[in-house]
Ligand binder design. Structure first.
Ligand SMILES: Cc1ncc(COP(=O)(O)O)c(C=O)c1O
Length: 405
């Protein structure tokens, strides 16, 4: 595979991108899947499929090895302990797991929960559900005019002694890369448990979960070129051990009596029922694929595209960009507004030309409120894109302008 810093050549590895005229700029919603991932899942289903953990026959042992191998590989890639690496349905479920299984036992009436104004709804609504049940209150760290977390306001809000702090690593709207290691350290000094949402970070930038040192770090396989149906929660093992289970049923128990049960060791304690086996195998293949490519090369490539796109978009009439202007301060996600058309019209007309953009509130309504808009248009770049895709975006915006201006 061709890799030089700042340029990748992997488009041909994505079968769906062979569709005539397709310019896929919505990887922040879900990434397309390379052949390596599709074939790993196909091979597993054809040759190795069996339920994991329970069977003693060789096929089941093989299946279990592959499933647990994917957990070990993902954990090692991100420098997190495999024992504290829990598989969930997606990032959303991983945050809900923390909110319920940790939150219900630790957040009390009158307690405060602190999140930033740029969180995805998964790191907002999960806490609202908890807050409503226990009588806690949610504070929001404001976002500055240039799209960053206001760290002075953060320090002031930490003085209120929140029980838990939730922060997104890379914003799915602004692209902002937040200084999560620093924010986690400050939150810990203030006595809070920390939850970092890495859904956009893990596919885009080198992530060292151990160095960030959050109590919980979550991400989702489908944005990392892997399949839907698998999220990952890296939890501090001591905390996971102390927590109550989230969902009850098979596999998560040690012994079941008529009235009471004891639970399995972590991570099984949080993985009730039959696991997403083929999804884990696909995620493992995605990790291997991106690791072979080199996440630093992916970052350099996407940084180049982001810088190029910011330059080209900034010059367009009637267009307003959101988020930090410096490409180094952001991931490969660009949200914008145009004064001549609604985001849905932009995405609709661009879509007719094969350019796939996302329009809407991007599951970040508190942030939309802060930006004073109902919706934005978003373009996001991934390993498969190149500068010609940015040019296609600019041409599509020209076509939208011709219709509306
Ligand atoms: C920043 C962020 N967090 C969380 C999520 C939720 O991911 P999932 O839908 O896989 O649970 C997303 C998905 O768009 C996201 O962008």
């Amino acid at each position: 595979m061709a890799t030089t810093a700042g340029s990748l050549d992997v488009r041909a590895q994505f079968p769906v991108l062979s569709r005539e005229g397709l310019v896929y700029l919505d990887s922040a919603a879900t990434a397309q899947k390379p052949v390596a991932v599709i074939e790993a899942m196909d091979d597993f289903l054809r040759h190795h499929n069996a339920s994991v953990h329970r069977g003693v026959y060789p096929l089941a042992a093989e299946s279990t090895d592959r499933f647990e191998g994917a957990r070990r590989d993902a954990a090692a890639w991100l420098n997190a302990p495999a024992r504290g690496t829990v598989f969930t349905k997606n990032a959303t479920e991983a945050i809900n797991l923390v909110a319920y299984a940790w939150g219900l036992d630790n957040v009390l009436a009158g307690d405060r929960i602190l999140v930033t104004q740029m969180e995805h709804h998964s790191n907002v609504v999960s806490w609202q559900l908890l807050a409503r049940r226990v009588g806690a209150f949610i504070d929001y760290v404001p976002v500055t005019d240039d799209g960053r977390v206001d760290l002075d306001a953060y320090d002031a809000l930490l003085e209120r002694g929140p029980k838990v702090v939730g922060v997104v690593h890379v914003s799915n709207v602004l692209g902002t890369i937040n200084p999560v290691a620093e924010m986690v350290a400050r939150a810990r000094a203030a006595g809070a448990v920390t939850v970092v949402d890495g859904a956009q970070a893990v596919p885009q930038i080198p992530v060292d979960v151990g160095a960030i040192d959050a109590d919980f770090y979550v991400w989702t396989a489908h944005k990392l070129y892997g399949p839907t149906g698998l999220g990952v929660l890296h939890g501090r093992p001591e905390l996971l051990e102390a927590m109550s289970p989230f969902v009850g049923g098979g596999h998560m128990i040690s012994r079941v009596g008529d009235q009471e049960s004891t639970y399995a060791e972590i991570p099984a304690k949080f993985e009730a029922g039959t696991s997403p086996i083929v999804e884990a195998v696909g995620m493992g293949a995605a990790v291997a694929w991106i690791d072979a490519l080199g996440i630093e090369n992916v970052r350099a490539h996407e940084l180049d595209l982001t810088a190029y796109a910011l330059d080209r978009l900034e010059g367009l009439p009637g267009l307003k960009l959101h988020g930090p202007r410096e490409p180094e301060a952001r991931g490969a996600v660009i949200s914008f507004e145009v004064d001549y058309a609604h985001p849905h019209d932009v995405a609709e007309i661009a879509g007719r030309r094969g350019v796939c953009l996302r329009a809407g509130h991007h599951c970040a309504q508190p942030l939309m409120e802060r930006l004073g808009v109902g919706a934005t248009t978003r373009a996001s770049f991934a390993a498969h894109n190149d500068r010609s895709d940015v040019d296609a975006l600019v041409e599509a915006l020209g076509a939208v302008r011709e219709v509306f201006a």
